[in-house]
Design a protein around this ligand. Sequence first.
Ligand code: PMP
Ligand code: GLN
Length: 385
Amino acid sequence: MRRMRGFGETIFAEMTQLANDTGAINLGQGFPDTDGPESLLSGAARHIMAGVNQYPPGPGRRELRAAVAADRSRRYGLDYDPDTEVYVTVGATAGIAASVQALVEAGDEVVLFEPMYDSYPAVIALAGGVRRPVPLRPSAADGGRFRFDPDELRAAFGPRTRLIIVNTPHNPTGTVFTRDELALIAELCVEHDVIALTDEVYEHLVFDGAEHHVLAGLPGMRERTLAVSSVGKTFSVTAWKTGWVIGPPPLVRAVQTVNQFLTFTANGALQLAIADAIRDEQAWVLAQRDALQGKRDRLSAGLRAAGFDVLRPQGTYFVMADIRPLGYTDGIELARALPRSAGVAAVPAQVLYDHQDEGRHLVRFAFCKRDDVLDDAVARLSAGG
Ligand code: PMP
Ligand code: GLN
């Protein structure tokens, strides 16, 4: 297919396959190796056994839409109508895909930050859109935090810009965008009449007291922002593929128009269990966040001891490591070799860039694993490499 030329198998699937084939510890694809809260799992089973097994309404179960709206209001002070402003999708992935198909016409430009989550370029290509990537680079002055150059961001906006995609907390760098960074994005969106799609799937996984800010809360942005989030990362159930899109009615209606022909609707019983967990399991989410912060520190210290230069993430499941201190220069080569040479799989960041030189020397490791698994991975990397 011409529009998808250049898009092969996703890097996450490739590295998981390689890990499985070689028996390596999989620190590539981001998924936890422990389950979500017991009440969530048993709730889903209970709803299934109670007969919640037929199509839910197209926009999703009202219980979940109401729980999502209440959570958004409580956390961020933004009120949304569950009936017209919240729409349930098959994971954040389908929410992002439907949003881009709904909003981007052929030739429209989409500003986004690189490295970028791999579904963005693919769905922009499907819509016939044009990417305008703005690099995030590690800043020595900012403890290695990845950030953008405001002038490069300004220069990426132009008369053809239709959409900006903002992923915060950011996969794979772990950057949590500051209020000031979001304020500049908001200012440019308003000035150029651009819509924002925010990918907030790691919204609850922020460390060291960092705060997740929502772009929709900034002046002029509520009416031009579609926020996407999902259950997978918040509750350690990445296979449940249940997400939601939140925004003003005209934008949500546009998403619905597309999505009703992509997936029509999402699952049923899981939505009811998720609604309960969003309401009742907030202590679990906080404990999970704190545990992940410890895992970040554990893996980071181990990677440093193994010789990598580690770039400290403020959130997400991931840590970026610079491979040059170990004498390597090509992250793709290293990531393809590492499962066999050291028994550990990781993701080369380079494939998540348009300007691939920016990320040639960076490899992403996932720390959302049991402590003993992280320790084993570090021991292997220190011994083999
Ligand atoms: N966006 C980002 C930044 C991600 O890392 C992921 C993977 N969890 C997704 C979207 C997809 O989320 P979901 O599994 O809910 O489709
Ligand atoms: N979001 C996860 C990651 O970045 C995996 C997603 C996927 O496999 N498509 O690793």
